[in-house]
Ligand binder design. Structure first.
Ligand SMILES: Cc1cc2nc3c(=O)[nH]c(=O)nc-3n(C[C@H](O)[C@H](O)[C@H](O)COP(=O)(O)O)c2cc1C
Length: 203
């Protein structure tokens, strides 16, 4: 059976990007485990989604048959992004830290994929995510160190945010790989990258 991998790239730095190199390694190991897998790539740096505007938000709450031409066009970005997630078995999300949080392009992407009645619903028992049975790998990079118990740890608004939003949508099985701390002159980026690549195990 074909395994569908959705690869989401957010760094604008192309081949120099640490998070993209880490994501490449994760995808490589997934492909080694599932040789018949196919990869669909969404590059938010080269193809950013539009910020939500009034037309887009109103389109989210309008029945399909009543959408105006303008609303249909506006909602198509969200529909396409959600469709890719629905089709995916495995999601690999590369995300650098920018000013303690995610890139603005990734934030806009999240704004497009969280849709009541489509990717989550409100039930008597609370929130139910509708993107189920998916495995998520997060390829995180930051020049500071946010996982060594140091003073910066409280400022990581990347991993908790992704876990909250993806979890809300039903994608709670998230494994995080992190290349960080290379702002410290004693820490070499290439060394910590390789150490983390060596640690990647695909469940
Ligand atoms: C605009 C910008 C903001 C950044 N903000 C932070 C930050 O708040 N904390 C941090 O540790 N590193 C920060 N960095 C460093 C990046 O997280 C780090 O270089 C990361 O590897 C970049 O990802 P990339 O290599 O995939 O492009 C920032 C870098 C840029 C370009």
């Amino acid at each position: 059976m074909t395994t569908h991998i959705l690869r989401i790239i957010t760094s604008p730095r192309g081949e120099a990007s640490v998070s993209t190199k880490l994501g490449n390694a994760i995808v490589g190991k997934i492909k080694a485990k599932y040789p018949d897998s196919v990869v669909k790539e969404r590059n938010l740096a080269t193809h950013p989604l539009p910020h939500l505007d009034d037309v887009t938000i109103s389109s989210f709450f309008t029945p399909t048959k009543n959408l105006s031409a303008e609303q249909s066009n506006a909602i198509s970005f969200s529909d396409k992004a959600i469709n890719e997630l629905q089709e995916a078995d495995i999601i690999v999300l590369d995300t650098p830290m920018y000013n303690f949080t995610i890139t603005s392009t990734l934030k806009t992407y999240l704004d497009h994929i969280v849709r009541r009645g489509i990717t989550f619903q409100v039930t008597e028992n609370g929130i139910e995510g509708l993107l189920k049975d998916k495995k998520v790998y997060l390829a995180f990079s930051a020049s500071g160190n946010y996982s060594n118990g140091g003073s910066e740890q409280a400022f990581d608004f990347v991993v908790p945010l992704i876990k909250a939003v993806f979890g809300w949508l039903g994608m709670a099985d998230i494994t995080v790989f992190r290349v960080e701390g290379f702002r410290d002159p004693k820490v070499q980026e290439a060394v910590v990258l390789q150490q983390e690549i060596d640690r990647i195990a695909i469940s």
